[in-house]
Design a protein around this ligand. Sequence first.
Ligand code: SF4
Ligand code: SF4
Ligand code: SF4
Length: 326
Amino acid sequence: MDLDKLRKTAAEVVSRDDVKYLIGWRPGSYGYRVAPGFVEEASAAETLIFSPLCTINLATYLTLTEKLPLPRGSAPDQRKVALMVKGCDSRAVLQLLVEKGIRRDQVLLIGCPCPGVVDTALLSLKYPETESPADLKWNGDHFLLRQDGQETAIPRLSVLAEKCRLCRYPNPVISDITLGEPVEAQLTAEDSAVAEVEAMELGARAAYWEEWFSRCLRCYACRNSCPLCYCRDCVLDRLNPTWVNRAVNFSENTAFHVARAFHLVGRCIECGECERVCPANIPLGRLNRKLAREVREQYGHEPGIDPDGKPFQAGFKPDDPEEFIL
Ligand code: SF4
Ligand code: SF4
Ligand code: SF4
């Protein structure tokens, strides 16, 4: 993508009277890190980037930063929030619109067709990062890494994020302004990570999840980074009744993960943020993608692609499969 065009467009957008600020990506302060950039002044648009390091799904901030209640005596600022979105991010926005979590006139979407982002952990494992902020570019079947005055060509598939290998919607499904040319969807590879768990016999599968869930710290980073975990009154925080105990052990951790997975059935747009931020490296994507695939195959429903769609859990068709109901 032409960065000059991106920055010029962003400067124009934040200069509009009906826009309060723009959320995009900017270089972080260390190595491969990229941070969310909140741009209020046209001059600050110069800091924005769009690169294979822009993994963060910024849609999460739509519900994080605009939380009510307002300080007493202040009126809500009704101006729009402008947001840069990749394909998966735009699905999160569309799902939020379908659920009426946000209003269409509250957002202005700058769509960024996306050739795929890197798995930052894998990248730093294979190409150890240094302190100075790195620059990474798309270049056909390679990424070009520039850091400390050196340029390295990295085979694309060696560090591509797992979600991007499976991506069906690399182009924004909804946007007001689109930057750059549409990219072709990757040939959707078989989800070998999910298939691996499915192939286990029941006892082995239970042991697999027991091992992972036992490692969970209950830091809730997965919940907090998820664009679709935005309930103001989360069931996990409730004390009366206490649905999930505060104790960090396999039993309560499992209750947490099962509750969260079921609350995301037919809503998860497979952006992979929950797994990316997990400090315990728990493969949450395998759980979420399995459920997403079941909903797609059994009920023909895919969240975040149909602006006129209805929330999955609020719908019912007389011929819905039900053979699993006891
Ligand atoms: S899942 Fe698709 S849209 Fe999202 S980062 Fe990967 S390639 Fe881009
Ligand atoms: S981010 Fe990982 S460790 Fe933290 S609560 Fe979620 S699964 Fe557990
Ligand atoms: S559950 Fe994970 S993959 Fe699904 S929308 Fe939330 S953060 Fe993205």
